[in-house]
Design a binder for this molecule. Structure first.
Ligand SMILES: [Zn+2]
Length: 159
């Protein structure tokens, strides 16, 4: 059995900036509204597999960290990231150099900020939060991250 939450309909959304270094179109800083949809498979215990509100709380917390920020992949081998004076951060690619206020930037522990890598980031964040919430009856999670309406990336994780 499973429960499903549609990120667009349930407002599990965030708006952020990113760029994909060296990509002909996506290499420039630009933004998207993203939505996170989740399917949780497991055994029903009492009334629920898991309370919808609990899942939405977990996803919203992850979305809030990224909302209205510039997302930068800390492990991107194409970028040099310099945290200088504690106020700003410098991001250097092969054809750009951005200096941004430190508080506007979120450094993600990923190799890129593509839909695929962002989806993996959300999947592991959701899995961790479910584990620490003691949701032992949950067997598998599916996460889809949409980059605007009509395109996205999906991940599965066995708990
Ligand atoms: Zn993009």
């Amino acid at each position: 059995m499973f429960i499903e939450i549609d990120g667009w309909m349930a407002k599990l959304r965030f708006s952020s900036c990113h760029f994909i270094p060296e990509h002909p179109k996506c290499g420039c800083l630009h933004g998207h509204t993203y939505a996170i949809s989740v399917r949780i498979e497991g055994e029903q215990v009492g009334e629920f597999i898991i309370d919808f509100e609990k899942v939405k709380g977990i996803v919203n917390e992850l979305c809030d960290r990224l909302d209205h920020k510039v997302m930068i992949a800390e492990k991107d081998p194409r970028l040099r990231i310099q945290k200088g004076d504690g106020m700003s951060i410098e991001i250097i690619g092969s054809r750009q150099r951005y200096v941004l206020p430190l508080e506007d930037v979120v450094l993600l522990p990923t190799r890129s900020v593509s839909a695929e890598d962002l989806c993996k980031y959300f999947t592991s964040g959701i899995a961790e939060a479910l584990k620490s919430n003691g949701a032992d009856n949950v067997k598998k999670i599916h996460v889809r991250l949409d980059e605007g309406i009509g395109q996205g990336a999906g991940c599965e994780f066995e708990m």
